[in-house]
Design a protein. Structure first.
Length: 368
């Protein structure tokens, strides 16, 4: 199959996103090309990565001086304690700025590893090798790193761009259905905020993506999502304006995750799917979004059996905590909650600052 390359050009750096099938065995060669001065590699591995994939990467980088670290990755360990432990392991091995840290895993691992790379000696080289659909279409791109706090999700972190992103689509075959749905949430988000044509394409091809039964369709979905995110990141690397639209569904979504204490009850993608649905329903109720677009989105959820009922996860008793976590969201600049809303499929508005009482009333109307 064809290999794709997208170059992201930010103010201070450019780097490639390489998308293809069975390309992990080229990792070492790609590092030699992209970072010729690299001598040591710290490979941080998500314990859920299948052995076959790990062996491919290890064989590819065997000529480097390597440190292997495996993590049982989850939102529960996405904290500064984990980052500090990783930093100490790299310092003990005397990693230098031209040496490299590779994240082999999903979005949580990429966030942890990216922050670690940023902090060791004020920045060693970082390569993202995403192994989930969500990380390939979203979290591996754009340089956001971070960990959670008791006050909410991703409140501690930095912007630190990688040297490259290597997305091997063949690794997706090992993913459970729930993880694929998680990634689909971000593909759908990109369509809803910026690309109406992509939304209608997803209406025809969404099931093929979720069932992982058409390689060409999956690769196109990843490529289109990466192009949309790259375009936004190039214009607004540090999330001062335009990039905020990528948080569509996430103000609700992050609060949903935090309210369950990042338990397995609801994962990130499911939270974002519910969050986007809340955002479009809220926009419709406030005469921002037309009924036609609302129905198209709801029909898409139903056709693909995507999470669409808040009551499956929360009750009225949870509203207070949800609102509290929404108030802690990093996009907020005052006591009000900033919400990203769409006015129609493919068109996003500037963030709206809302009183928490307005959102509280909305959530109470949705929950028993």
């Amino acid at each position: 199959m064809k290999r794709f390359k997208i170059i992201i050009k930010t103010k201070n750096k450019s780097y490639p996103i390489i998308i293809g099938e069975n390309i992990l065995n080229k990792t070492g060669n790609l590092i030699n090309t992209q970072i010729p001065s690299c001598k040591k590699i710290a490979l941080i591995i998500d314990s859920k990565v299948p052995k076959k994939i790990l062996v491919q990467v290890k064989n590819s980088i065997k000529n480097f001086d390597n440190l292997y670290i495996k993590l049982n990755t989850s939102e529960k360990i996405k904290n500064f304690k984990t980052v500090n432990e990783l930093i100490n392991k790299l310092l003990k091995k005397n990693f230098h700025r031209n040496d490299c840290l590779i994240a082999l895993g999903g979005g949580v691992l990429g966030d942890i590893a990216g922050l670690t790379a940023n902090l060791v000696k004020r920045g060693i080289k970082f390569i993202n090798v995403p192994t989930t659909l969500l990380s390939q279409v979203d979290s591996s791109i754009g340089g956001k790193t971070g960990v959670n706090s008791g006050y909410g999700k991703n409140l501690i972190g930095s912007f630190y761009q990688p040297e490259m992103v290597i997305s091997d689509t063949s690794v997706l075959n090992s993913l459970p259905k729930r993880e694929v749905t998680c990634g689909y949430a971000e593909i759908l988000k990109h369509a809803l905020i910026l690309d109406k044509k992509l939304f209608f394409w997803l209406q025809k091809n969404g099931k093929k993506i979720l069932n992982l039964n058409n390689k060409i369709v999956i690769q196109k979905a990843i490529y289109q999502s990466c192009k949309i995110k790259a375009k936004i990141v190039e214009k607004d690397e540090k999330e001062k304006d335009l990039r905020m639209i990528l948080n569509f569904g996430h103000t609700f979504g992050h609060a949903f995750e935090a309210t369950t204490n990042f338990s397995n009850k609801i994962n990130h993608g499911e939270s974002v799917l519910l969050g986007m649905l809340c955002a479009v329903e809220f926009a419709f109720r406030n005469k921002i979004l037309k009924n036609k677009d609302l129905n198209l989105i709801k029909e898409h959820y139903s056709a693909l059996n995507l999470p669409n009922k808040l009551n499956d996860y929360f009750t009225k008793k949870d509203v207070k905590n949800i609102i509290q976590f929404m108030k802690s969201d990093k996009k907020n600049s005052d006591s009000k909650i900033k919400l990203i809303l769409i006015s129609k499929i493919g068109k996003t508005l500037k963030p709206r600052s809302l009183e928490d009482s307005v959102l509280k009333n909305y959530l109470n109307s949705k929950l028993f």
